[in-house]
Design a protein around this ligand. Sequence first.
Ligand code: UDP
Ligand code: MN
Length: 344
Amino acid sequence: MLRWWMAGAGAEELRLGRPKRCTIHLGILPLIVFALVFFGYGFGSHRSQELGDSEAVTRMVYAQPKVLTPSRKDVLVLTPWLAPIIWEGTFNIDILNEQFRLQNTTVGLTVFAIKKYVVFLKLFLETAEQQFMVGHKVIYYVFTDCPADVPQVPLGAGRKLVVLTVRNYTRWQDVSMHRMEMISRFSEQRFLHEVDYLVCADVDMKFSDHVGVEILSALFGTLHPGFYSSSREAFTYERRPESQAYIPWDEGDFYYMGAFFGGSVVEVYHLTKACHQAIVQDMANGIEAVWHDESHLNKYLLHHKPTKVLSPEYMWDQQLLGWPSIMKKLRYVAVPKNHQAIRN
Ligand code: UDP
Ligand code: MN
């Protein structure tokens, strides 16, 4: 920093052609030099911290990316707006872990366990401990109406659980939709100050393989496992123009699942706030979108393109869909449930 400053001063002198006469008494010169060195150092080291100190990067040895060898030939790995679609084989987790560790990233995982759905929490949390963001800082945010029923699950270092007590609703559709309201409200109140990214997940699921920082980006959605090979006319978007979630037949990129999305806290705040407002507007107009919060999520992501898209590896139902060969890993999978019994 100081050396750069002095070189600049020298260049200035050269351009002007004649050095400026120094009129300061020579006795205070050592003082000036000391002050410049002192503040120069302070400023310099602060800036290098902000920019990410390059000296902290360690040497890494890994397979070279090959320009003429595509990582996957059987699936789309990039959207037309150049967002990566995350499939096994397309990323090197060691490189990504290094990048996100250098940022000291903290990830918030929001999950709702209202009424009978608390029974899913134990397996959800236990498997998250094994597979979710291992080696990074994690805060589980468990939204529930029955805090006493939240199970005690042993957590690894750098991981903690926060119970957020919220009200319940009679209809499961209302429980599902009000997640948007709660996530936006708590993002503003505390998530913004506590974590860098938010991952918003259904609780009737378990982690069965690695889910790590490869999913993190400003805004991400997950391909619904039932529609990844469908054409847009087959997507179960809301088709009534009266709803705020309306998407015409000739529009749409993908059908995203409401059960797994996320991004930076500020982006998730914008998404959940917009979806909640659309839900409230629909209610005022006496209409409810066909797939509730998922319909509104799809509308939002059509007009705010995600910066990463997660493949159905990140949202699978083996009972319903088996295990096709393009799925190299099943990472986050449905736990079989009796819909009627659990929702009433
Ligand atoms: N949920 C809840 N209690 C309920 C209904 C829903 O906690 O009574 C939450 C829970 O996190 C659940 C999510 O809302 O995973 C979405 O509901 P559900 O999983 O039943 O929807 P599906 O995945 O079957 O469409
Ligand atoms: Mn679910």
